[in-house]
Design a protein around this ligand. Sequence first.
Ligand code: SF4
Ligand code: SF4
Length: 143
Amino acid sequence: MATESRRSEEAAQEKVPRLSGTLIDELQDLCDENVFGCYQCGTCAAGCPFIDEMDLTPDEVLRHVIMDRKEVLRSKTIWLCASCFTCAERCPRDLNITKIMEALRQIVLRSNIDETDMTGLTEEEKRSIPQLAFVCLFRKNVG
Ligand code: SF4
Ligand code: SF4
């Protein structure tokens, strides 16, 4: 059992993109946001419509980036973010968290890791899910 859980941990680790520099370096190539401006007030999390589904709240995502914790790139949160800009509108430090989430997704996709796996969908689900949902999914999740 312990071996099995170690294996799945290793498999998850393998999917964390290997970066040559820090997360901040990578982010700076993709967006201009000064993540060090975040003072962890949690306003972004308070207004996020998807907070109940997220494994890290938006402020925790920021904290991970600041601490160079690359496991944030395995977080469900960056894929669940619907780019609604509520957090960006409300952040007292004018941080565009939406842009940061997008940049984190780009970092993953540039490592040739696709987050879309349709193999688990049943034929019935494939028939009933709106085509637009598939298009949006592919636009966002496939590099
Ligand atoms: S609202 Fe802005 S300052 Fe507050 S935790 Fe979120 S990102 Fe940080
Ligand atoms: S942009 Fe993303 S993180 Fe921000 S409030 Fe909307 S869904 Fe949540």
